[in-house]
Design a protein around this ligand. Structure first.
Ligand SMILES: *Cc1c(COP(=O)(O)O)cnc(C)c1O
Length: 457
């Protein structure tokens, strides 16, 4: 191990140093993200339009692109104390293994029972629902991390939690399902016969194993049909990205404490919430002209919304019940190939990140899943943590960047987001170990099918 006296292996913050506000990067963006549109009238969604679906306070956060900081309510800060600050780790062992002059840091969000960063927003959303006197919330979950996080948050505030879980995950990840039920949530495989949209999708695609877009439609329909319920979402929306800035703010405070300035900041991108949360405070400095950083979004080659998608208004869900969002998208009808095991399968990307990317302020790379699992294994063997496949997309590119430094001799400082643990992804790891994992890159013709379904504006 290299000299560790200057920078500790793990940097934690004192309770008094923890962020008291979330940061809203939209306030510093010259080109604001395009507004959500009403799917019927194509007019911008107003507070009144969104109120039946989302909690009032969250609608305000969603629509606010001028307020730079939102206070984190004391109750949420108290909950954060149970598992935050998350450690900022200097990857001394990985650096040693790679023999790189680069300095690698990662912010590890897997130290809570739900195993990922999603709890940061789940607790905020549950809090505002409780404040409003609601009975419960509905949501969708894919691999199950969001549903797990939300069920923990709801049980803390004594709210009912109804989760629509993508059918393939419901069947393949029974343990996630049982964690959710342990925290009191009810879990329905989607598509289901419990909603009109579910019945419609089942009729059109009998035997479908479901998709996130489809589960979203079912969760929204259920919330709209029940008194005292609202729908909550674990990614993509601007409010979620704002809550996730606790990751970037803690990282920045920890780095500032030791005079560390990252050159490259890397994160995996599904809907964009962890990446947006990690980079926001740094992006703010870049937007204000105070500092410069290189930002890299990493996505799967099998679901390449930033690198091969179109920047267009699209439906957020398969059932087309949600508002239209302008984002980099593969089309709401896009479903990643069945061999895709690595998460990050949503068809679109946060409208904030989409705008930043379109403005050239952030880069994007796509990586194939076998190389992602190779990086995951390499990381696990030296750093000890067994990473989630999603997080391993960031690991892969962090390693690539560190190896580039080895060639050029540059001593760059690399920061990446390690969003979670992979304990519930062992079926995917098993496939990888057995040599049964394959890569699939959609053809242009495959992608065209999704683009053909974009709404005509
Ligand atoms: C959900 C999830 C992601 C992707 O979601 P984003 O909104 O893009 O952050 C990444 N890593 C883990 C572990 C997740 O659970």
């Amino acid at each position: 191990m290299k000299e560790t006296t200057k920078i500790p292996y793990k940097i934690y913050l004192e309770e008094s140093e923890m962020p008291k506000q979330w940061y809203n990067v939209r306030a510093d963006m010259k080109n604001k993200p395009a507004p959500l549109l009403n799917p019927a009238t194509h007019q911008p969604m107003t507070f009144e339009d969104l109120r039946p679906v989302f909690c009032d306070e969250l609608v305000k956060q969603e629509l606010d692109d001028t307020t730079a900081y939102f206070d984190i309510p004391q109750e949420i800060r108290d909950f954060y104390k149970m598992y935050r600050p998350s450690p900022l780790v200097r990857a001394y062992c990985l650096e040693e293994k790679l023999q790189t002059p680069a300095k690698i840091y990662y912010k590890f969000e897997g130290n809570n029972t739900s195993g990922s960063h999603k709890l940061n927003s789940a607790i905020a959303q549950a809090y505002y629902a409780k404040q409003q006197g609601l009975k419960g919330v509905t949501t969708e979950t894919g691999a199950g991390q969001w549903g797990t996080a939300l069920s923990m948050a709801c049980s803390y505030f004594d709210l009912d939690c109804k989760v629509y879980m993508v059918k393939v995950s419901y069947e393949q990840k029974p343990f996630r399902r049982e964690v959710m039920r342990t925290y009191g949530a009810s879990v329905t495989p989607s598509p289901s016969e419990t909603t009109e949209v579910g019945k419609r999708i089942l009729a059109a695609h009998p035997g479908t194993t479901g998709s996130l877009g489809c589960a979203i439609s079912e969760a929204v329909e259920t919330a709209l049909g029940m008194d005292g319920y609202r729908y909550v979402l674990g990614s993509v929306l601007s409010q979620v990205l704002v809550h996730q800035t606790v990751i970037g703010l803690e990282s920045k405070i920890a780095m500032d404490k030791y005079g560390i300035k990252p050159d490259v900041i890397i994160g995996c991108a599904g809907g964009g919430s962890n990446l947006g949360g990690l980079i926001s405070p740094f992006m703010g400095e870049k937007l204000r002209g105070e500092a410069d950083y290189q930002f890299i979004a990493v996505e799967p080659a099998s679901c390449p919304s930033l690198t091969r998608g179109k920047y267009a208004y699209d439906f957020c869900d398969t059932g087309m019940v949600c508002p239209l969002a302008k984002m980099y998208t593969l089309g709401s009808g896009f479903i990643p190939s069945a061999n895709h095991a690595g998460g990050l399968r949503y068809h679109g990307m946060s409208s904030i990140l989409s705008q930043l990317y379109d403005d050239g302020l952030m880069e994007a790379r796509s990586v194939e899943q076998t190389e992602v699992f190779r990086a995951a294994e390499q990381f696990a063997r030296v750093e000890g943590i067994l990473p989630a496949p999603e997080s391993s997309h960031a690991i892969k590119v962090a390693i690539d960047e560190a190896l580039k430094c080895k060639e050029t001799g540059e001593e760059k400082t690399i920061l990446f987001g390690l969003t979670g643990t992979g304990y519930f992804d062992m079926v995917a790891y098993e496939k990888f170990h057995n040599g049964e994992m394959t890569d699939y890159i959609p053809t242009d013709a495959d992608l065209q099918v999704g683009f053909d379904g974009l709404p005509q504006m």
